[in-house]
Design a protein around this ligand. Structure first.
Ligand code: AMP
Ligand code: MG
Length: 424
């Protein structure tokens, strides 16, 4: 039976998304827009291509139908890409034309240069060509054939390289994108050391700090690190005050369970951060704490902020904080910028049965994705070796997370599952 006291993660996500203000707009030059979120639909500013354009090097002809092999034409000019418009073409004449050049007025087609030969006939004035082979196409990209003026050019989305090209094609030199959140990352725990430092007999390396910072960066945030903070309420409070004064979103890890040194929930509350939920019906990641500091509250004395701060106090175990990020922080960073927060899912066939005893909580298991054997079109998902939420290594082997619903004890081999994708 589901525990009555623990919040379902789907409801928790609704609460997170409801805490996020509409995106704030920033106008950026195109070359700073990669990875940023375009907020509005933009229309195509002019017909593309803007003029009838040659798609081959050859000779532009002004005839209603493609002529037969053996036809002869006088060459009256040359059109290069960007060379400007030529005078109208008469139907016995042709113009030498290069790929990308505008067809002269009256021209209806381009005959490929490799299907022509120079014509050397004594007594013929000027330069002439003869068609050595009939042409099957017209080799013209007509004005507006790709996209009409006023048509939808691009809609809201995270801008990739090709999208920047599309914007540039229509002459947009800048775009209105969502402001990125400044995400602060801090790790708590007396036992933590930074990679590169010597490990004491009972210490471990901080794996959450580097992971969460990188996750936030790839999700589109600007990241500020607050390092490793010891389990000392005074030290923690000082760092929290600073971070709450600077960040839009604060991520901490550790210090949110029931241990004697788990100070974060109490400290955050005393600093004015309103708790929205603590503890979820999920595994891993049950002790996740989420709250919001209202505008004008908290920070250093007299330093009221204009915008709210969202605080995710994530559990300490590496897989727990990772899953917490994927489920709640990634959607929050997306929504902050104006992006659809829905996860990327891949329908796959389960490569081996998955079973569990305790079905009280929703559970996420790291899985690897590969091609199905037997040449089936679907992909196959297989659980990776995983001993539990301390096993950060499982994340390096996994491509996705498999979700087991509350009450679900078994998924058979061959079941169709929706895997939440972790890698680009
Ligand atoms: P806590 O909630 O602080 O008791 O943390 C739960 C467990 O996660 C403990 O075993 C911690 O040692 C471990 N842990 C906490 N923070 C980190 C971190 N940044 N990197 C790796 N393990 C951590
Ligand atoms: Mg701790």
């Amino acid at each position: 039976m589901p525990s009555p006291v623990l919040l379902h993660p789907d409801q928790a996500l609704d609460l997170v998304l409801a805490s996020i203000a509409p995106p704030r707009v920033e106008v950026l030059p195109l070359d700073q827009c990669l990875g940023r979120v375009l907020l509005a639909e933009l229309s195509n500013r002019f017909d593309q291509p803007p003029f009838d354009r040659a798609t081959m090097d050859g000779f532009a002809l002004a005839l209603p139908e493609p002529p037969a092999a053996g036809s002869q034409f006088r060459v009256v000019g040359t059109a290069a890409a960007g060379s400007g418009l030529l005078p109208s073409l008469a139907d016995g004449d042709c113009v030498r034309i290069m790929t990308g050049a505008a067809l002269p007025p009256g021209a209806t087609m381009v005959h490929r240069v490799e299907r022509t030969a120079p014509l050397k006939t004594p007594g013929l004035e000027g330069e002439w060509i003869v068609l050595t082979q009939a042409e099957d196409g017209r080799n013209v990209n007509p004005k507006g054939a790709n996209l009409r003026a006023g048509a939808l050019l691009i809609g809201p989305r995270r801008l990739g390289p090709q999208d920047l090209g599309v914007l540039a094609s229509s002459g947009y030199g800048q775009a209105e994108v969502g402001r990125r959140p400044l995400v602060g990352v801090l790790s708590t725990g007396d036992e933590l050391r930074a990679a590169g430092e010597a490990l004491g007999p009972t210490s471990i390396y901080d794996t959450n700090g580097p992971t969460l910072a990188a996750l936030a960066q790839l999700a589109g945030a600007e990241v500020r690190r607050y390092g490793i903070v010891r389990d000392d309420p005074r030290l923690l409070e000082a760092v929290l005050v600073q971070a709450l004064g600077e960040c839009d979103i604060l991520l901490s890890s550790g210090g949110v369970s029931m241990g004697e040194f788990d100070y974060l929930p109490g400290l955050l509350a005393s600093l004015g951060v309103e708790r929205i939920f603590h503890k979820l019906a999920m595994k891993p990641g049950k002790p996740l704490w989420f709250g919001r500091l209202a505008p004008g509250q908290g920070g250093a004395p007299g330093q009221g902020r204009a915008s709210p701060v969202l605080v995710f106090a994530l559990p300490g175990n590496p897989v727990s904080s990772f899953v917490g990020f994927e489920l709640f922080v990634r959607p929050a960073i997306a929504a902050f910028q104006g992006l659809d927060p829905a996860p990327r899912l891949l329908r796959a066939s389960l490569g081996e049965a998955v079973e569990r005893q305790d079905t009280e909580r929703l559970e996420y298991l790291p899985v690897k994705i590969g091609p199905s054997p037997a040449g089936s079109a679907s992909m196959e998902a297989r659980p990776v070796r995983y001993t539990g939420s301390t096993m950060v290594q499982a994340l390096a082997w996994a491509d996705g997370l498999l979700r087991l619903e509350i009450g679900e004890a078994r998924l058979d081999k061959g079941s169709s599952v929706d895997v939440r994708l972790l890698r680009a």
